[in-house]
Design a protein around this ligand. Structure first.
Ligand code: ASP
Length: 345
């Protein structure tokens, strides 16, 4: 009896420890898709792991230093937007017309304020533009030429459209257009020569969106998402990434979520808000809520992709129904975890 009693005390002490709430936490994704071991060379795998590590550590430093979740998100996504490995900012996929039209959104769980842009073409960091919409305009969402003008007027860094060009995304576009019997447009003026880093990039299908969710030391959560959308998109198509409640959502009352995958399904299921609603109204754990939406609802509808999430009490989660998702998580007092394939924790 005494042994059982002691074991129970020990178990509850250990559980208490394991459940100690981290002061801050951050989860990052670099897109989901067809990412299997057989598809990546060791060099490609190492490049993605190194990029995810560098980015999450930069975001983690902001949080460890007492910075806000919004600042950590803008820092981490800014780095991902500069990295040609990912489908956001430089390295974004092309539209059927051979353009880079970028979407991004950000949401502050403390105030439920949000900002989003769709189809912007000249802002180096679309996530910063989404934040400017949230903080410096009376609106939540701006699109196209008007959003480009707002960006310029706000003083954000502007680049020539060809800045976003990468050779491998152009090749993906050519392949997509050929398969779909569509004409191949001329390369954008000033398109850069292939660079070494782009040579390491892996084609994860049509995805590769980036997203970050964070919990800061003040107990607030926030979410950010940035993408070039899907390869060969036409007719001004906009996916879920800039749609609050679909590809991005944050509320201190429940959680913060960023999504990646075929946006049309995420919009129809309001995936990000749905995960938070299950936490808020049904009291599900963050992991159970993410799994219910991705493994049950999204899968039943025929959609593909995944989410990352964080809650104000420090719970972190990810769930995806594709063969892989570039992902990483880090929290105060917890070791860094980076994953690509399904069989990793
Ligand atoms: N969700 C994005 C979109 O549909 C694509 C992605 O996640 O890679 O635009």
């Amino acid at each position: 009896m005494r042994t059982v009693g002691l074991a129970l005390v020990l178990a509850s002490l250990m559980a208490g420890n394991a459940m100690a709430q981290p002061k801050w936490a951050i989860v990052v994704h670099g897109g989901a898709g067809v990412i299997a071991r057989a598809h990546l060379t060791p060099e490609q795998e190492a490049a993605y792991r190194a990029a995810m590590t560098r980015v999450i550590q930069a975001g983690g430093e902001v949080l460890a230093g007492g910075g806000s979740a919004l600042d950590a998100i803008e820092t981490a996504i800014g780095l991902l937007e500069d990295d040609p490995l990912f489908n956001s900012g430089r390295g974004a996929v092309f539209t059927a017309e051979g353009r880079n039209e970028l979407d991004a959104s950000i949401m502050d769980g403390a105030t439920l304020k949000a900002g989003a842009v769709a189809g912007v073409t000249r802002t180096r960091h679309p996530i910063s533009l989404a934040r400017a919409v949230m903080e410096k305009s009376p609106h939540v969402m701006l699109m196209g030429a008007g959003a480009d003008t707002f960006s310029h007027e706000t003083g954000l860094e502007q680049v020539e459209p060809a800045y976003f060009y990468t050779e491998r995304r152009w090749r993906s576009l050519e392949q997509f257009l050929t398969q779909n019997n569509l004409p191949i447009p001329a390369r954008p003026e000033g398109a850069a020569a292939p660079d070494a880093a782009a040579g390491l990039a892996h084609d994860e299908g049509k995805y590769g969106t980036v997203g970050v969710v964070a919990l800061d030391q003040a107990g607030h959560v926030a979410a950010g998402t940035s993408t070039g959308g899907t390869t060969g998109k036409r007719w001004g198509r906009v996916g879920d990434s800039p749609i609050i409640g679909a590809g991005n959502y944050a509320s201190d009352a429940s959680c913060a979520v960023s999504a990646t995958g075929t946006g049309e399904y995420f919009i129809r299921l309001t995936v990000a808000r749905e995960v938070c609603a299950l936490v808020e109204h049904r009291g599900l754990s963050l992991q159970a809520a993410a799994d219910e939406v991705i493994q049950q609802k999204l899968t039943a509808l025929g959609g593909d992709g995944g989410v990352i999430a964080v809650a104000p009490d420090g719970q972190m989660a990810w769930s995806y129904n594709t063969s892989g998702m570039y992902r990483a998580r880090l929290a105060d007092g917890e070791p860094l975890s980076v994953g690509i394939y399904k069989d990793e924790p």
